[in-house]
Write a protein that binds this ligand. Structure first.
Ligand SMILES: Nc1ncnc2c1ncn2[C@@H]1O[C@H](COP(=O)(O)OP(=O)(O)OP(=O)(O)O)[C@@H](O)[C@H]1O
Length: 303
């Protein structure tokens, strides 16, 4: 586990990170989200030791990160860092060798990633001759080629088409499943929502929310519920008359309403009672709390 605690950093008079703290747990994907200039890249640079913090610590499994630890990390920086004129396979093998791999294992690892990332037909081409999306795939391969102990990726999905997103998602998931901590930043909240186990939201250099995706959703779910009735007379208009309930949306057999848990259970019991009335052909198709999307949570916490 990588733990960032009390990290602050200023550029001149401007404090761009203020007491930043969160955890990136082994075997889990942590999505790092925030608006432009929120402090994501600065935080990632500090984790990688490319930039020093003014205060605070970064630890790995409870001890301070050393240069040797960092050398075993995989990092995809915001300013992509491969050699434009070098061929893809050659370049990946070279990077693997720089990290101390034998020629054979570097080749095996590079070839495996090239295949997995759909670059086989481009392996002998120079990086600069690839499309931007394929260059991005090569950058991801470069971060992974030396079988890193942890991954820190700055916007790994930017510029990828939906098929490439799926391919990269699969590669990262498999990698995290081996037990490594993975931190990635993204503006694409739908992707973060699908991929990550944990989410960290940063805004104005401060951590605004962090935790597992489920716990954040539960925490921000408020008191909204939905019920859907089906059948020839599946009209949910009666929900308006239930005690302690305020209907916010009604459409045929569908109702969304605000209520306490108890009042919502009352609505469910009433709906089931109605469906069991002799001769009724109405059924309760769906009932439950409304869980917010990550995009909604993000909007709420950054306001
Ligand atoms: N070397 C630097 N000198 C001065 N200011 C800097 C420097 N690096 C970053 N900043 C400032 O720090 C703030 C945080 O920037 P950072 O790049 O970490 O944000 P970010 O969340 O990665 O943004 P984006 O999503 O736009 O990439 C910004 O206001 C930026 O202008």
């Amino acid at each position: 586990m990588i733990e960032i605690a009390g990290v602050s950093r200023s550029f001149g008079e401007r404090r761009v990170l203020d007491d930043v703290g969160f955890r990136v747990q082994g075997g889990r994907m942590t999505g790092f989200v925030g608006g432009n200039g929120a402090g994501k890249t600065t935080t990632m640079r500090i984790i990688l030791g490319v930039l020093a913090a003014d205060a605070g610590t970064v630890t790995l499994d409870g001890r301070p990160l050393t240069a040797a630890d960092r050398a075993r990390f995989g990092y995809m920086p915001e300013e992509r860092g491969l050699y434009p004129k070098m061929k893809v396979l050659e370049q990946l093998v070279y990077l693997g060798r720089l990290h101390g791999m034998s020629a054979e294992s570097a080749k095996t690892s590079a070839s495996g990633l090239i295949e997995r990332l759909g670059l086989s037909e481009r392996a002998g081409d120079t990086l600069e001759s690839l499309s931007l999306g394929n260059q991005q795939r090569a950058q991801i391969a470069a971060a992974l080629v030396h079988e890193p102990t942890a991954l820190v990726l700055d916007e790994p999905f930017s510029g990828l088409d939906p098929i490439a997103v799926e391919v990269v998602l699969g590669v990262l998931r498999d990698y995290a499943a081996q037990g490594a901590p993975v931190l990635f930043s993204s503006h694409q909240l739908d992707i973060v929502e699908r991929l990550c186990d944990d989410v960290v939201v940063i805004g104005g250099g401060r951590i605004l929310a962090s935790g597992s995706r489920e716990s954040l959703r539960a925490e921000h779910s408020g008191s909204a519920f939905e019920i859907e009735l089906a059948g020839p007379v599946g009209d949910a208009g009666w929900v308006r008359d239930q005690p302690g309930v305020e209907v916010t949306h009604l459409d045929g057999g569908f109702a969304r309403f605000d209520a306490s848990e108890e009042a919502a259970q009352g609505v469910l019991a009433h709906a089931v009672g109605r469906s069991q009335t002799p001769g009724s052909q109405t059924v309760v198709r769906r009932f439950g709390p409304v869980t917010p999307t990550l995009a909604q949570i993000f909007k709420e916490v950054v306001q």
